[in-house]
Design a protein around this ligand. Structure first.
Ligand code: CA
Length: 317
């Protein structure tokens, strides 16, 4: 890729968010303009603190962090992922309290401002519930056409979905705010979905983690300590998996290099009312021909290439 990907990364940090921040910061082709925070894996205040901690760990305290919303559009937030991400959402690894602070600007206003100042230049990459993006588009609908692309970690077309007390065929991010996902998909923006169909086939194995712990720098080693809690949770959820899915890092990688995945144009929307299906991505694949599509959906992934690139970045060479 020759063109630099100028990115605003929207995170609910979170173990795999921490890996995604690492990827976005260290990948030469990505210029991380700002991080914005949301609820999801944990509450927004903890997600913000974790994001600041990870930036300090990576030695990049100058990257702006703006805190966003604390709940979905219509339902109050319930913290339900401590068993997956740890009670501090960083695998119960205690990092030093951050010296840097979030900006005074709200995440939504930061998104709108940066996109308007740089028309056609900015890629939004939400890897948590997409409430901040939905509200930014609601407040300033013109940004839908000014943003270069919105690359979303969310959706599942064929994967059975996450474990937990919600409907099958649903990923965690869309489950946490289906209405926000609906708003973003209907906004007329250039949307790419990187969902469980591909993120669950890219695996950080325990062997890969050992290799990173041996060869990576202090930040990479710390990240592997954080990730081991997450991998233990995966053992319970997906017996025999011996690793964890690389959800958020893959979305960041695809934002820079879409050739990592096979994209299918689809007309997709989110089920909002179904008793058994709320939050599920309904894909009308009969309409894959232009102009009846509103999203590019990643259906296949070049797993060896992505994992090799991820490993090279984590090991620093
Ligand atoms: Ca996330």
């Amino acid at each position: 890729m020759t063109e630099t990907c100028r990115m605003i990364l929207d995170v609910d940090t979170g173990v795999d968010d921490a890996m995604a921040i690492f990827y976005a910061v260290r990948r030469p082709g990505i210029q991380l303009e700002a991080l914005t925070t949301t609820f999801g894996n944990t509450d927004t205040v903890i997600a913000t603190e974790n994001t600041l901690k990870i930036l300090e760990l990576l030695g990049r305290p100058e990257i702006p962090v703006a805190q966003g919303v604390g709940r979905s559009l219509i339902r109050p937030y319930k913290r339900m992922a401590d068993h997956i991400h740890g009670s501090n959402a960083l695998g119960d690894v205690e990092l030093p309290a951050p010296k840097i602070k979030a900006t005074d600007e709200h995440a939504i206003d930061l998104m709108i401002r940066v996109i308007k100042e740089n028309p056609g230049e900015i890629t939004l990459c939400p890897v948590g519930p997409i409430t901040n993006v939905a509200l930014a588009i609601t407040k300033a609908p013109e940004i839908a056409k000014l943003v270069k692309e919105i690359v979303v970690m969310g959706s599942t077309i064929l994967h059975p979905g996450i474990h937990g007390p919600i409907a099958p065929m649903v990923d965690a991010n869309f489950a946490n705010d289906p209405e926000a996902a609906h708003i973003v998909l209907q906004a007329g923006a250039n949307v790419t979905l990187v969902g469980m169909d591909v993120t669950m086939t890219t695996l950080l194995s325990t062997d890969m983690m050992d290799e990173i712990s041996r060869e990576g720098d202090h930040a990479a080693q710390t990240l592997m300590k954080i990730t081991s809690f997450y991998v233990d949770a995966y053992k319970t959820m997906y017996p025999g998996i011996q690793g964890c899915g690389l959800h958020d890092p893959l979305a960041v990688a695809v934002a820079e290099d879409p050739s990592l995945v096979g994209l299918e144009r689809m007309y997709v929307d989110i089920e909002l009312n179904g008793e058994l299906t709320r939050g599920s991505t309904v894909a009308d694949r009969r309409r894959t021909a232009i102009p009846f599509h509103n999203a590019n959906v990643a259906m296949t992934v070049d797993r060896p290439r992505f994992e090799a690139e991820f490993m090279a970045l984590m090991k620093g060479h």
